[in-house]
Design a protein around this ligand. Structure first.
Ligand code: GDP
Ligand code: MG
Length: 658
């Protein structure tokens, strides 16, 4: 099996990393009657003395023998971790992590485990023993040793032992992905071979059945296996291969595998000179090798499709990781610039990545201005928090000791200022909300738009820090401006404002009315229901006189009118101020601020340190991409040029993976 090692191991190593299921090498299953030499055949293929062999019923449970190729590093690691010193070792499923470095101990464990489940009196069980052999000299291949076909129950065996074993064998060989080694001893009648009979049941066309004839050395004197080996007795499509395994005496005398192979070769040359190069353990191994290769070839079209998909996936994954950094300085500048641009784009609504699930960036700022802020302002009532008593008190205080003829203007100014001040808080809140949104955009940009940033967590953090502090610096300036906008309104109550003229007219009318009222001493011109619409409590001492009520109403109307003018101004000017002092300023300064703070030679290495697993992941992906690409190139060569070459499948598989 040595010839298979480099090819299949490389293939499987590659496929194991991309997903273990990509190629299933067939399991090799031995079938045959009891003591026909099944275990011996498997063992000589593996080249290790691990399987219990002998006369009578020895193999009494299926043995699933998984050969696992190991690389020197794995070997060193396992040796260190387990305090062992071995090139090859075995592990059983049922003994968990226990490591067997002696093959003798492995054989003993198989025997003990067989006895444990099947009893010590020839009982048979269908419960498999799982054994893994780790070695640098094996291919990743699974071999299955099975109890032999038997007819007559012995020992603890049940009456229907024949049926039970047959079912057990069928279970394994009916797997279409298995190669059946139908073992028949040369000193029995090939025409009645139970092994070939049972194999034919599941593989009638003989596509995956290979006949192995053992015990060539034990044939009666005067007979030979020529006819059998030539396929004249029973033809077998994939071939009939004769072998000579170690006899019981050889086993007892601990004859080595190498010696056995040498003696086998000598025997074949002597007895079957014309067939010696088409028989023997080595030829059997080569034939299996070829069958496995054919299997791989058959899998290729589908494999190619899957690898194509994988290659595309690796390519896009690799793209998402970005190129390794060669020129740090330009990479840094690029990333900073890209971030700054994305930040601005997100505000302007021209970003590549546009959210569809929720508002963000500029759209959210717009929403804050017009929905959140606008609505809040509109809900600020012109006369909110102002009681009739407050108004009355202000009027009285403004007239001083003399009773006034007219409503004093001072009281209007005093009261209207008090109301205008109430616009400041919602305005400052508007700044706060926009500031928060600007902060949120940082996150948005680094997650969606400038994904490369995720590769460099330190740069990411540094950028966030710079933008955050820029935003933080702009906050007091913007707040100050907004505060001033309200202060400006308070600084001068412009009663000559054109929109206020109507209200003034109303006031003058009122003064006129008052004058007439006093002259005629008539009751209030203000309708009764209007008066009652001031539910505020009046001083307990007395009710408001008609005049007082009228005065209050005049003042309140004036306040209302003037307040609406100011509110409109604020609603208009605060967003403008926020845009100028915060949003636009940050937008304009962002790039230079980032460059100024981060684009420094001393910071290059620090900022462009990749996240730990990123470099590794990129390398792994690049490797996989290379393997998949070379595979595809090789398979392309095959389909375009070497179709007529019968050896092409083998060679191009090698090309693809070596
Ligand atoms: P299994 O029951 O089919 O697994 O057969 P084993 O591999 O256990 O072999 C049964 C016996 O036959 C053992 O004693 C082997 O040493 C012996 N044996 C197997 N193959 C050969 C062979 O080719 N020549 C000789 N002389 N003995 C063999
Ligand atoms: Mg056996």
């Amino acid at each position: 099996m040595e010839a298979l090692i480099p090819v299949i191991n490389k293939l499987q190593d590659v496929f194991n990393t991309v997903g273990a299921d990509i190629i299933h090498l067939p399991q090799i299953v031995v079938v045959g009657t009891q003591s026909s030499g099944k275990s011996s055949v498997l063992e000589s293929l593996v080249g290790r003395d691990i399987l219990p062999r002998g006369t009578g019923v020895v193999t009494r449970r299926p043995l699933i023998l998984q050969l696992v190729h190991i690389e020197p590093e794995d070997r060193k690691k396992t040796n260190e971790e387990n305090g062992i010193d071995g090139e090859e070792w075995g592990k059983f499923l049922h003994t968990k992590n226990k490591i067997y470095t002696e093959f003798e101990a492995i054989r003993q464990e198989i025997e003990a485990e067989t006895d444990r489940v099947s009893g010590s009196n020839k009982g048979i069980s269908d419960e498999p023993i799982h054994l893994k052999i780790f070695s640098p000299h094996v291919v990743n291949l699974t071999l299955v040793d099975l109890p032999g076909i038997t007819k007559v129950p012995v020992g603890d065996q049940p009456k229907d032992i024949e049926v039970q074993i047959r079912d057990l064998i069928l279970k394994y060989i009916s797997n279409p992905n298995s190669i059946i080694l139908a073992v028949t001893a040369a000193n029995t009648d090939m025409a009645t071979s139970e092994a070939l009979k049972v194999a034919r049941e599941v593989d009638p066309d003989g596509r995956r059945t290979l006949a192995v004839v053992t015990k060539l050395d034990l044939m009666d004197a005067g007979t030979d296996a020529m006819d059998i080996l030539m396929g004249r007795v029973i033809p077998v499509k994939l071939g009939i291969i004769g072998v000579v395994n170690r006899s019981q005496l050889d086993i007892n005398q601990k004859k080595s595998v190498a010696d056995a192979v040498r003696d086998e070769f000598a025997f074949l040359q002597k007895k079957y000179p014309s067939l010696s190069n088409r028989n023997g353990t080595k030829y059997l191994a080569r034939t299996l090798n070829r069958l496995l290769m054919h299997h791989i070839r058959d899998c290729l079209p589908e494999l190619k499709t899957r690898i194509n998909v994988l290659a595309a996936q690796y390519q896009s994954l690799l793209n998402s990781y970005g190129e390794p950094v060669d020129d740090k300085s330009s990479t840094l500048l690029q990333l900073i610039t890209k971030f700054a641009a994305e930040y601005c784009h997100t505000i302007e609504g021209t970003a590549k990545y546009i959210e569809t699930t929720e508002l963000c960036g500029g759209a959210r700022i717009c929403y804050i201005f017009h929905e959140t802020f606008g609505r809040t302002l509109e809900s600020v009532d012109a006369l909110g928090g102002l009681t009739t008593i407050d108004v009355l008190t202000a009027i009285r205080n403004a007239t001083g000791p003399r009773p006034a003829l007219f409503v004093p203007e001072v009281s209007f100014e005093l009261l209207v200022k008090r109301q205008v001040k109430r616009l400041e808080d919602p305005s400052l809140r508007c700044v706060e909300l926009v500031h928060e949104e600007m902060q949120r955009i940082i996150q948005h940009c680094s997650t969606y738009s400038t994904q490369e940033l995720l590769r460099f967590p330190k740069l990411h953090d540094a950028i966030v820090e710079v933008v955050t502090s820029l935003l933080r610096r702009r906050l007091p300036v913007t707040n100050e401006m907004v505060h001033n906008l309200v202060a400006i309104e308070l600084a001068y109550i412009n009663t000559k404002h054109p929109d206020f003229a109507d209200a003034c007219g109303l006031m003058n009318n009122n003064i006129e009315e008052q004058r007439r009222g006093r002259m005629k001493d008539l009751p209030s011109a203000v309708p009764r229901d209007k008066v009652e619409s001031f539910p505020q409590p009046v001083p307990v001492s007395r009710k408001l006189s008609a005049r007082e009520q009228r005065d209050c109403e005049v003042i309140e109307r004036l306040i209302k009118s003037y307040f609406l003018i100011v509110r409109k101004n604020i609603q208009d000017s605060v967003p403008k101020a926020v845009m100028h002092f915060l949003v636009n300023h940050v937008k304009d300064c962002l790039q230079s601020e980032l460059v100024g703070q981060l684009y420094k030679t001393t910071l290059l290495d620090e900022l462009l340190t990749e996240s730990e697993d990123m470099a590794q992941r990129r390398n792994e992906t690049a490797d996989m991409l290379k393997v998949t690409r070379s595979f595809l190139r090789a398979s392309h060569r095959r389909t375009t040029g070497t179709e007529d070459n019968p050896n092409a499948p083998l060679s191009w598989v090698c090309v693809a993976v070596l």
